[in-house]
Design a protein around this ligand. Structure first.
Ligand SMILES: [Ca+2]
Ligand SMILES: [Ca+2]
Length: 208
């Protein structure tokens, strides 16, 4: 195998190896979040208090509420039976591509919470899955109430989109975290390959 071929083949391999051995970290922490839809409005006659909605950034600020906090206290909440709130979403822009290996969510206990991700290779949103209702009361962390242990899962994403369905239409979430490692853009891999080729040519020309 020629030196050139070794470099071209090894460039991407070395990069992906570096990703594989990197320690996963919270890739959602304090990333920009946006809310789409109407939040913080209750249906007529609802017995709940119309508490203020937490700012978008509270979804990924690294802070969980105490388990069993009332669903709409210190959370991003909506009543999906209100006009304009039927298909609310919370979107987190990861500002890069990440190979994600674990997720954890705190949300109201008695609804389904859907997670979609933007696949940077396909260029489209993909469904990842949803947390079904679980026992308990109010803000509840899935998959584990220790607020630390994520669900092991593997996908590559540049953004995350959260929504809810079913349950009692009173939806809320207070924290979402995804753990993973950065993956290089395809263009970065090409650049690195080109750079290595250039280095090799210089070394060769000096030898002549
Ligand atoms: Ca939070
Ligand atoms: Ca609910």
């Amino acid at each position: 195998m020629s030196t050139k071929r070794v470099f071209v083949v090894l460039g991407p391999v070395l990069l992906s190896a570096a990703s594989a051995f990197a320690i996963p970290f919270n890739v959602t922490l304090n990333k920009p979040a946006t809310l789409d839809g109407i939040f913080g409005v209750l249906r007529p006659g609802s017995g709940w208090d119309a508490n203020p909605v937490d700012p978008p950034g509270s979804i990924d600020d690294g802070v969980f509420r105490p388990e069993s906090t009332v669903w709409n206290e210190g959370s991003i909440w909506w009543d999906a039976s209100v006009e304009g709130s039927e298909s609310n979403t919370i979107t987190i822009d990861l500002l890069g591509n990440y190979a994600i290996s674990g997720i954890i969510t705190q949300a109201d206990n008695n609804d389904n919470y859907m997670i979609e991700y933007f696949d940077p290779y396909l260029g489209t949103w993909q469904p990842l899955g949803y947390w079904p209702p679980i026992g308990g009361f109010g803000l509840t962390t899935r998959p584990n109430a220790d607020q630390v242990t994520p669900l092991p899962i593997n996908f590559t994403a540049s953004a995350i989109r959260l929504s809810a369905f079913g349950g009692d239409d009173y939806f809320s979430s207070s924290e979402f975290q995804a753990f993973g490692v950065s993956v290089p853009e395809p263009s970065t891999i090409l650049l690195l390959g080109a750079g290595l080729l250039l280095v090799r040519r210089r070394v060769r020309s000096r030898r002549r």
